[in-house]
Design a protein around this ligand. Structure first.
Ligand SMILES: *Cc1c(COP(=O)(O)O)cnc(C)c1O
Length: 384
């Protein structure tokens, strides 16, 4: 099929998936097998052992590559395992320039695991490209960015980063988890590697933990596939099947996440007990122009602070919602809430947190696909 020419929704349903050659089954079967029969030593149908290849995983990898306008996809046992594979492209002494407003698990992997192996990480505010330029030197091999960022929904200019990466001959990797390929395609803006925590919007139903990388370059793909096969962090076929199923509604889900997100952000901003609302769809958002340029819509992730600075107010709100569930994670069909100060960002010292704008009353919402009226009624009663 001419996947490159297809529109997003058609790709979400069809890309990478062919009727099963053995039976004609429309849905890719769960190839629950570790190994494959050979007719003579080395004579097989392209599959030898499921750490290296599995047909259910292959279908998903091809689907994700098509959705990100890349050429190759690689699925991992978690989002962290996929970032781990990228760092393994580096050697001791190599340097990485990374977003400072970073997913906590990525920060932990960089500073608590790979810094010990002699890889140097420089964290900068990528809102200003001068900070990125200043941190790059001849040892820099990778620029690592996350946009929108968590939990303050800052937007980083991917095309500007790609120009710097090209100039300095380093790789640009983008964690596209918050946007999903429906809202943003970093590869079209010049990224070399797009990463996803598939656990979130791609899976979309809060029932799978998985990660993925998409690349264009054949040699880069070969090296990452070698690392994956050597280290072994692969997802099982059942999980790949669940994500293939989730992908078929990705475009519909993202549209609804964005619609509900807009309604709720605009409602929150008018509420007398709410102080600031962080959502890139507001024209007043400091990076709104970049967001409009590189995203198709603004999604369902947002955060807000309550008036005053009493953490107990946030705790009370979060314990009182009935439709929003207080939980880690995001991107599922159901609405979730979180408290960065005590949950995702608790490991950052309070002074440091406040300096970066993470107030004690900051609340993060992953707005789901329920009816917006019910979500608002829930927020209203919890704020009351
Ligand atoms: C969840 C998440 C990860 C980590 O993915 P896991 O699937 O939990 O390992 C990385 N980056 C972002 C932005 C995330 O939200």
């Amino acid at each position: 099929m001419r996947e490159r020419a297809m529109k997003f929704g058609t790709k979400a349903i069809h890309a990478g998936v062919e009727a099963d050659p053995a039976t004609g089954a429309i849905m890719t079967p769960i190839y629950q097998t570790s190994t494959y029969a050979q007719t003579a030593p080395g004579v097989h149908k392209g599959y030898e052992y499921s750490r290296t290849h599995n047909p259910t995983r292959t279908a998903l990898q091809n689907a994700l590559a098509a959705l990100e306008n890349g050429k190759h996809g690689l699925c991992f046992s978690s989002g962290m395992a996929s970032i781990d594979a990228i760092v393994k492209l580096l050697k001791p002494g190599d340097e990485v320039v990374s977003t400072n407003d970073l997913y906590g698990g990525t920060y932990r992997l960089f500073t608590k695991v790979y810094a010990e192996f002699g890889i140097v990480f420089r964290f900068v505010d990528m809102g200003d490209m001068a900070n990125v330029s200043a941190a790059i030197n001849d040892k820099t091999k990778l620029i690592w960015a996350e946009t929108p960022t968590n939990p303050l929904l800052k937007i980083i200019d991917i095309a500007a980063l790609a120009a710097l990466a090209e100039k300095h001959k380093c790789l640009l990797g983008v964690d596209n988890t918050f946007a999903s390929p429906f809202l943003q395609n970093p590869m079209d803006l010049g990224a070399d590697i797009v990463m996803h925590s598939v656990t979130k919007y791609l899976g979309g139903h809060s029932d799978v933990v998985m990660g993925a990388l998409v690349v264009k370059d054949d040699a880069l793909h070969e090296r990452l596939a070698f690392i994956q096969n050597s280290c072994g962090a692969i997802p099982g076929p059942q999980d790949c099947f669940l994500v293939l199923r989730g992908l078929k509604t990705l475009h519909l889900r993202m549209q609804r996440h964005s619609e509900n997100g807009k309604v709720i952000a605009e409602w929150l901003v008018k509420h007398p007990k709410v102080d600031k609302v962080y959502w890139p769809g507001f024209p007043s958002h400091p990076n709104h122009v970049v967001a409009k340029k590189q995203m198709r819509d603004f999604g369902g992730m947002m955060s807000f602070t309550l008036k005053g600075d009493d953490m107990a107010d946030a705790t009370k709100f979060l314990s009182t919602t009935k439709v929003f569930t207080l939980a880690e994670s995001l991107g599922g069909v159901e609405s979730l809430s979180g408290h960065p100060a005590s949950m995702t960002h608790a490991s950052i010292p309070r002074e440091e947190r406040l300096k970066n704008g993470l107030a004690d009353t900051l609340i993060r919402l992953s707005v789901g696909l329920e009816d917006a009226e019910d979500l608002i009624e829930d927020l209203e009663q919890a704020l009351g």
